[in-house]
Every structure is written in C-alpha cells, then in structure tokens.
Design a protein around this ligand. Structure first.
Ligand code: GLN
Length: 444
C-alpha cells in the first residue's frame, strides 16, 4: 500500500508542479503516504483515492474550487470519505472542480481549468473535471466526484472513463460543501465498472447526519453479468434527437447494436416532459444554491475582505470571493424565490420536476433501463463555450432529467469520435444499482 501510494503520489505531484503545462487536475497533493497504511486485507486494500475539492477533509484544504474558501481546512471529514478510509483507502489528493460545482467544463475554477488528458487544449468536462482527468491520465486509480445535474457522468464521458451517479439518498451528503441539496449526490469515477461498483459498495449507507440519506435496500454486489438476455432498453426520442453531434450518435447506435447482439431488446420510447428538464433545473438548482451559499459571508470561513463596517465586509467579501458564474446563479436563485415570483418560477419548476419523475416511472413499467448518449458532444476546446452560458448549460441536456428524478445513472465509455471519447448513459429505477452495474459491465 505504501509503495502504491508513493507511485501515484509522485505522478500526481509532478503534474501539480507542472502548473499550466500539466493537467491542473489536483488542487492539493498529499506530501507522504500515511504512516499507518491500511493492510492489503482491508476491502479497499490500501488503494489511494483522489477526492473532489468540495468534500470536507479534516485538516486538508477544502475550497470547492472557490476563492471565498481560500485557506479553509475543515475540522471534520465528509461521511463518504470517512467510510472509504474505514474500508482501507487513503487520501491521495484533492481535485480541481468548477466553483461550487457550477459548470460543465471546469473553467469556473478559482484554480484555473483542468485539462483533458486526451487533448490538453480541450476541457475535461465538469464540474468534477479534475477527478475525471486524474483517473483518465493514471494520476489516480479512482476518484470521488459529485453529480448535481451531470457533474460525474459528463466529465466521465469526456475523459473516457466510468462515472456513477447513485440514487439520491443512498449516499450521505454530510461534509459535502452544498450546491443544490435536493440534487447533490456523491459517486465514484473509475477506469472500469467493477472498480466503480467496489467504491460505491463502501460509500452507501444511512447516516444520521444527513436526514435525506437512507439505507440501500440491497447489499451492493460486484458486477458479474455475461449477457443482456431479456433486458429491455428504452431509447427516449426527446433525449436522442436534435443537438446530439453525429459522431456521438454513431457511437450510441453502435452500442445499441451491440446490446441487441448480447440479447437486449431496444425500443424507442418517450419521456414527454424531459425537454423541460433543463429549464426546471436552472430554477431549482440556483434557488437552492442561493440559500446554501448565504453562509459564505466572511465571518465564519475562508476569505475576509478589509472593510470599515460589517455590511461593507459582507459585500466586499462576496464580491471578491465569488466568481461570475456563482454570482449569476445566486441572482437567478434569489429572483426565483422572491415574493411574488415564487409560484411562477420555483413552484412551477417543482411541478415540472414531478412530471419528469412520473415519465420515468411509466417508462420503467416497460423497460429495465433508459439509455442515451451521456453528453451531446465530445470534449470541446477551452474557451469555446465560455461566452454563452446557455450553450454551456446544454451539455447537461441528457443528464439533468435523471437528477431531477433522483434515479441512478452510469456513464461508460463507448468508443471514439474524431479521436475523442464518447459516453453511453444507462439509467434505472431508484435503488437498481446492482442491475445497472451488471448491464454496464456487460457493455463496457
Ligand atoms: N453543469 C451543471 C451545472 O452547472 C451540473 C453541475 C453539477 O452536476 N454539479 O449546474
């Protein structure tokens, strides 16, 4: 375990030292292997872990990619990190991300953008871009990310690795710096489905410090499927039409053909409200963010601006500490929640959310899984979408519906388009992770 840690640590530290010339995947790298290395016999065998910056890790910088948390070292550790450590993993480093997990390209990070190891002029996806880049480049064996609207699945797709967004509630949010609490969920990044399953197995569980967490009704098994006989796949027209790049569509169709060869049936279906998912998400997520981010006021954590009085201190700290995308979301969210607009925006978005969840429930009466491309495009160039937030938001078109419905979804690599990786998304009913991981294992 010591040697393995040191081997990865050296690679991660070399990349971190390379600055702009490297991948900028890490925001912090451990200085040495832990003295009391876990035994090889532990379930995770001492294999080290890269952790997204937004997980609180006791004594270790945890800034959620933001300047407003500069220098913050939390006094406690997130539940999932604690669980993985208890199972025999160790913290290799903290990874780069979009500020407060808001973004799809990692370009909204106070630490500068992480790069895509397949092509350093391109983004790794976001918001968990550093975790995805680190695993794809072999700078970590596996990593933790979080997914609010696609932040595990989309970077996994753009970097050619596996990423799982679990059922909402199956993993505790305790110690995750909150973005949108009704959507945020931690999950694993790995190079294959078995590793993703192994990490997830040791993350699940009810934790009394997160009132929305609950016990997974099943023990998580390592995948063992050999075919897809009898598995019914539904392809929703609404998420697989216009907007999906031709190379991504070709890879998607090839995987559907493979699934049929392996015994699955593939049929077109409908999620009639899915086209409204992005609009609902960009009201609900900013509304929750505006409330969650109210605690960053310069009094309790991180950055504090020089000022003559308290009000000026709040104002200057927030003006200097938050980046432009975070400010945009706080303004959108505050507006959507304000008196007189609440019913028209936030209330209506919640109704759409329910409709989307019902669409999935109906679909799962006929299908085992819903499948889509994970992202509509391959990795794009740094700077290509920064001028137009709406263009950036479209990256989440295929992933946000599952987030709103709280259901699990996994992205697996399914080939290349113009030499860049493409991802295939499989979504199942709540708590269907064992079946989902099995299907993904057969197809990867
Ligand atoms: N890209 C989406 C956003 O900016 C999703 C982010 C996430 O899942 N954390 O909100």
């Amino acid at each position: 375990a010591q040697e393995l840690f040191e081997a990865y640590r050296e690679r991660a530290a070399a990349d971190a030292a390379a600055g702009e010339e490297g991948l900028n995947a890490y925001t912090w790298v451990a200085e040495q292997a832990p003295a009391d290395a876990p035994s090889k016999e532990a379930p995770l065998g001492g294999v080290p872990l890269a952790v997204k910056d937004l997980f609180c890790t006791a004594g270790i910088p945890s800034q959620s990619g933001s300047k407003i948390l500069a220098g913050y070292r939390p006094p406690y550790t997130a539940h999932v990190v604690e669980q993985l450590e208890a199972a025999g993993s160790t913290i290799l480093g903290k990874t780069n991300q979009d500020e407060f997990a808001m973004g799809s390209s990692n370009e909204n990070s106070a630490f500068g953008a992480a790069r895509n190891p397949w092509d350093r002029t391109r983004v790794p996806g976001g918001s968990s871009g550093g975790s995805a880049a680190a695993v794809a480049a072999g700078l970590a064996p596996w990593a933790l990310g979080t997914d609010t609207g696609g932040s595990i699945r989309q970077p996994a797709a753009l970097c050619g690795i596996v990423g799982l967004k679990p059922t909402y509630g199956s993993v505790s949010r305790f110690g995750m710096i909150a973005f949108a609490s009704s959507l945020d969920q931690a999950g694993p990044f790995a190079r294959d489905v078995s590793d993703a399953a192994l990490l997830y197995k040791h993350m699940v569980g009810r934790d009394r410090r997160d009132s929305t967490s609950l016990q997974h009704p099943q023990e998580i098994e390592l995948p063992s499927g050999v075919d897809l006989k009898g598995v019914r796949l539904g392809v929703p027209k609404e998420l697989t039409g216009e907007g999906v790049e031709s190379g991504v569509r070709e890879a998607f169709n090839a995987t559907l053909a493979l699934a049929e060869q392996l015994g699955a049936t593939v049929e077109t279906t409908h999620l009639p409200h899915a086209p409204h998912a992005l609009s609902a998400y960009y009201l609900i997520a900013p509304a929750e963010a505006s409330s969650n981010l109210a605690r960053f006021d310069g009094v309790r954590y991180g950055l504090r601006a020089e000022a003559d009085d308290l009000l000026e201190m709040y104002v200057k700290t927030r003006a200097e500490g938050f980046g432009p995308e975070v400010k945009r979301r706080i303004m959108l969210g505050t507006y959507a929640l304000s008196s007189g607009y609440y019913d028209a925006y936030y209330g209506r978005a919640q109704k759409v959310r329910t409709k989307i969840a019902e669409d999935f429930q109906q679909a799962f009466e006929r299908f085992d899984f819903i499948v889509t491309p994970t992202a509509p495009t391959v990795a794009f160039r740094l700077g290509e979408k920064t001028a137009d937030p709406l263009e950036m938001y479209l990256q989440d078109f295929c992933t946000v519906p599952m987030s709103l419905a709280g259901i699990p979804a996994i992205s697996i690599p399914n080939g290349l388009s113009d030499g860049l990786p493409v991802g295939f998304q499989i979504a199942g009913p709540a708590f269907s992770e064992n079946r989902l991981l099995d299907a993904a294992y057969v197809l990867e």
